[in-house]
Design a protein. Structure first.
Length: 74
């Protein structure tokens, strides 16, 4: 956002009286981030824990993150 203010004249953001018009304020950007990121975070936070998660070995290096079995479940 800082560089946007510095480069405003090149980006076409100044108004007719020479005042720089900011496209979005920092609080507006934070609100957009909260609204768009809140639902996925909530969905991940309410998943039931898996009892044996820490006892399982890590996946092999060549195995994809989403396997064929997972795609079928999706």
């Amino acid at each position: 956002m800082f560089f946007g203010v510095l480069l405003a004249s090149r980006l076409g953001l100044p108004s007719q009286n020479g005042v720089v018009v900011l496209p979005l304020l920092a609080t507006q950007l934070l609100w957009i981030n909260l609204v768009t990121g809140g639902a996925p975070a909530l969905a991940l936070g309410v998943d039931p824990p898996e009892d044996d998660r820490m006892q399982r070995p890590p996946r092999p290096n060549g195995e994809p993150v989403i396997t064929g079995e997972m795609w079928r479940g999706i």
